[in-house]
Ligand binder design. Sequence first.
Ligand code: FES
Length: 164
Amino acid sequence: MTDTDTILSAHTREEIDSWLARYPVDKKKSALLAALRAAQHQNKGYLTTELMDAVAAYLDLAPIEVYEVASFYSMYELQPVARHNIAVCTNVCCMLMGSDTIVSHLENKLGIKLGESTPDGRIYLKVEEECLAACAGGPMMQVNHKYYTDLTPEKVDEIIDSLE
Ligand code: FES
């Protein structure tokens, strides 16, 4: 068993293998986004250098190739965060539909600012997102990467209160 096998869980390696099977053997990098998602999921929602290095080794990539991707895409977290990840879109369509009200409501309700987690480790209020391609349903937010559209403060309360 290699270090990579102990750092990446069996479930994570299975997930990566299922993606690798979809690409030519010399194009392992194609599975990188999915591999990072699986590694992040294994580690309570964030990536460590050790995990990124293990993904690099598993996909025969240089670590820098993995760091570049992990630090570019907003769906990856590189610091510990609370277990529910909430991201409000504040790009122009959602802004015109009232996303500022949704952000303020969340900050007041949770007692934290964007970029912070609640002290009980329950909710992470991600820094504002750019367009999440659901403009027709603005204002909108992602909760654990699932989309919620046509938000009102009341609807936000229902969603937040249903989270464990
Ligand atoms: S502007 Fe919010 S989803 Fe496009």
